[in-house]
Ligand binder design. Sequence first.
Ligand SMILES: [Cu+2]
Length: 710
Amino acid sequence: MQQFKLKRRSISSSILIPGILAPTLLGVVPISFAAENLELPSVEVRAVKPNGYSMPALNSADTADLLAKHPSVDLNQAGGLSALPSIRGLNDDRIKFTVDGADVTSACGNHMNPALSYISPSNVGNIEVFAGITPVSMGGDSIAGTINVTSPAISFAQDAEHLLIEGSASTFFRSINNGLSADIKASAANQNLSIGFSGGVDRAQSYYDGHGNKVNSTQFDRRYQNLTLGLKGDAQQFTLRIKHQDILYQGYPNQRMDMVGNSSDTVNADYAQQFNWGQLDASIFWQQVKHEMGFFSAEKPGTMPMLTDGKDYGYSLKFDVPVSQAHLLRLGNDYHRQTLDDYWPPVPMSMMMGPNTFKNINNGKRDRFGVFAELESKWTPKWTTLFGIRDDYLKMNAGNVQSYDVTSMMQASDNMAANAFNARDRSKSDNHVDLTATAKYEASNTNNIEFGYARKTRSPNLYERYTWGRGDMAMAMIGWFGDVNGYVGDINLKPEIANTVSATFDWHDAAKQDWKFTVTPYYSYIQDYIGVNRIGTSGMMMGSRPLLQFSNQDAKIYGLEATAKAALWNNSDFGQGLIKANMSYTRGERESNGDNLYHIMPLNARIAVEQTKGAWKNAVEVELVSNKSRVDSVRLEPKTAGYGLLNLRSSYQFKHARLDVAANNLFDKYYQLPLGGVDYATWSAAGGMGALGALPGMGRSINVGLTVNY
Ligand SMILES: [Cu+2]
């Protein structure tokens, strides 16, 4: 019987090193460079030694920002801890996210609490990004790809004689928003048992743009505590993680509301065991969230409490069975239940908001049950293939709703909508059939090609199907697009089905040491893409914005990514030098009329020169973004000008301590974020007159971090 090494990702010890990253078709996460050498299409992530190049938390307290340098990933700006990632133009719920194996859903009509907001960058051990053609074993109910984030691996003592005591303390300061992150970790382990704790804080005031103006409602404060327990046997490992997190407040410059509280408890348990026949990976997760929106600062004043209670729980089972020397079979089953209550308590003395509670989503439920089979085959030393099929069955429902005042003439449109909603059968079920077929061909020792096809399906989320309010205000409260438009759902929405083809051409030197160049063209046709139709315009009180209803409309997205890296020098005077570059171009169109899709990043590139010499690591980086002239006119998406930013960073390792310093946007350039939506907070603080502008990015920030390991 062959010996398959226990290769569960969560027990690989890897540290994330944001660099400039190469995409791969199957996307095995070149977030850290060492992972780049992986034999595709395997999904193993090898142990990566921390090389201390750049600390995750140095430049941002938002874990999503760690993905900004990945050529397939862009960020739709939201709160300072809650940017919404997008993979090749497909955002948010179209991506499958897991955090330590837990499938986490935003419990908020503005998606203020996306999956990555539940882990601080200081606690990220590894990130995997699968873009586009994603193995079916990496999850269903998603069309863009998969992002898996894991905490640092649990460590055990090497032998029975010693106890392994580890700890670290880190602190980061960012000048642009007086941002402060601090984290401590401690663990004690023998050979079989490991116990660990971590805790910390991420907080900041609102940041300033390149003109020196404050960007209102960009402040935040988060606290967290995590406990871990690990048990290890000869061929098995059990991991338990218990987490509590409170976001005390978080501003949203491009939303009408802010977060005034988000309290979550999470339990994840993983079990991996190696058998004669292969390997079993099992995990269960449970997360409970209490979310509150409202107003907390003079930067965006108001009164309107909105509460959301959300739960996510489920399990996953995976079996890896080597059926012969050449073939590895993966089988799996997973289940995920989301429950959601979204309700808006009355505001005392308010004519519009009372006397009853507005029930936005009442007893919402979304269940998904999935099974898959995947075969990975190495036919010859040159040819590798991966074939997978997956079925997900989804069931959704929501209970009766009500407006603030069922008798008020002023709320007639909400009351009519509530009556119609309550009279309908709202139970919906969808069946997804997903397919993935890819091949890799090593044409020679200096080039290879990977290519493939995937069919992937996503069902609407609870807000897309079950938000029902038709009054201006009720609609203005829904939407995670940073455009302050009004949105309403549609019970009859169909799932989105993406058919994607893509290929990665890879050229490198024979030893894979000196240089590498990749090009990845891709094309996706998305049947029943969930876009919007305009159904009206809100009144003056809500700022005369478009009122939109989610609707299925075919769309296509295509583009090109390229990456390059090359060794520049290697000598005793200047150490080692390396240049890395990547660029990406994305185009998204509605099929019927050629309209531009919303939130598509314009042409952009990143070039960095890095030097390593002894304990020093230094880098100079240029970020170039072209102007955004193709905008979604239906949502009144703002156009933005092109820009270039220069960033510097440096780190020095001294025994157990490391100092990190960065200067981001060194020339304090003013620029607007192409995916930032509108700068609503600043516009409304100035009286809400005139047109809404695009959200500006951060001006120059000097960031300093100190990390001590013991
Ligand atoms: Cu919210």
